[in-house]
Design a protein around this ligand. Structure first.
Ligand code: PLP
Length: 362
């Protein structure tokens, strides 16, 4: 069977240059060549995060990075505020709850904007120690374009800002330091376009201070305090996926060769193709226009026929995903991340339009 082109919201198509890099021999993680690899990867990641803090490498998928951020920076019993309008916002809240925090959730309907003013009102009332937010809500194709304003309000209220940018970093604009984001979790297999298996957390100055003050312990594999200590010698506490880090290094080089802002624009142009195709088929994206993601297009269907639409698109050689949660049958999601080209995106958009017209018109 011919290989399907991955246009799901991750994992994504990986460039042959990156796959080739992964095939290099395994180095010891206590060797000088590993320390150089560590230095290059973390320095490049800091350019992508646009921050002067520290990047901790985590072995595992995006969830591991998010959990390590939450478990390392929140202590049991702390009051925190999670803002959510989708599945991944709810997962952030759930991770903090499992950590033993008292979690308050400001919940909006799927894909509907979270207003910074409203967040500020809740902050005044609660005075939480942290605010948890998703930069790019993959379940509904929602880009939190007002994240900077939300973070500013949180900073005024004295709360740390912990962000899940698993499907945003490298594809949707984000500036960790100037937006006052204290910690940002992300992963290799979304906009960075490397294979899955490595993830990372950006730690700003205030997050690093919090790690120093922390009194509770965490499982060692999730402990960013330990990672921060080991980072001084450019090593990870435990055996990292060395060959995936070769691939990540190459993918980051490719990203920076293109330029971060050029990548942001390219994602937007690809997303536009899909949004326009959906509009021609009279299907509309879940979020309102100004919050439609450049990295994941989530299209609400008039009829609950996601399965049929996905199957039709699959016949043309492309793999896309259904909605999540309650929207599983009522929406399809297209990933605009990874090494797919503009002609491929146009072809997919053409087949998507045809499939929606075929299965969802009244
Ligand atoms: C916003 C967001 N957070 C967390 C995750 C979890 O990542 P993973 O499936 O790599 O564990 C995903 C995955 O799609 C995501 O999109």
């Amino acid at each position: 069977m011919a290989k399907l082109t991955l246009m799901t919201p991750g994992p994504v198509e990986v460039h042959p240059r990156v796959l080739k890099a992964q095939a290099a021999p395994v180095a010891s993680h206590r060797s000088e060549s590993f320390r150089e690899l560590y230095r290059e990867v973390t320095e490049m990641l800091k350019q992508v995060y646009i921050g002067r803090g520290l990047v901790a490498l985590v072995s595992g998928s995006g969830t591991t990075a998010v959990d390590s951020m939450v478990w390392s920076l929140i202590e049991p019993g702390e009051e925190v505020l999670a803002v959510s309008n989708g599945v991944f916002g709810d997962r952030l809240a759930s991770s903090a709850r499992r950590r033993g925090a008292k979690v308050h959730v400001l919940r909006k309907p799927e894909g509907q904007p979270i207003d910074a003013g409203e967040v500020a009102e809740v902050l005044d009332e609660l005075k939480p120690s942290a605010v948890l937010a998703v930069h790019n809500e993959t379940s509904t194709g929602y880009a939190a374009r007002n994240l900077r304003q939300i973070a500013a309000r949180a900073r005024e209220a004295g709360a740390l800002v912990l962000v899940d940018s698993v499907s945003g970093l490298g594809g949707e604009p984000l500036e960790a330091d100037s937006w006052m984001l204290d910690a940002v979790a992300s992963a290799s297999h979304k906009c960075i376009a490397a294979p899955p298996g490595v993830s990372f957390v950006y730690l700003g100055e205030r997050a690093l201070e919090k790690l120093q003050r922390r009194e509770s312990t965490t499982p060692p594999s999730l402990d960013l305090k330990l990672s921060a200590e080991y980072s001084r010698r450019r090593e990870t506490p435990f055996t990292p996926p060395v060959t995936l880090l070769y691939a990540l290094r190459e993918a980051l080089k490719m990203l920076l060769e293109d330029g971060l802002e050029a990548r942001w624009r390219a994602h937007l142009e690809k997303a536009k193709e899909v949004y326009e195709a959906a509009a021609r088929a009279e299907a509309s994206p879940i979020p309102p226009p100004e919050y439609r993601s450049a990295t994941v297009a989530a299209i609400h269907l008039k009829a609950p026929r996601a399965k049929e639409v996905i199957e039709e698109v699959r016949k043309a050689g492309y793999l896309i995903a259904p909605g999540m949660g309650e929207l599983r049958e009522q929406a399809v999601r297209v990933g605009l991340m990874g090494a797919t080209t503009m002609p491929q995106v146009r072809e997919l958009a053409h087949h998507l339009e045809k499939a929606i017209k075929l299965h969802c018109s009244r």
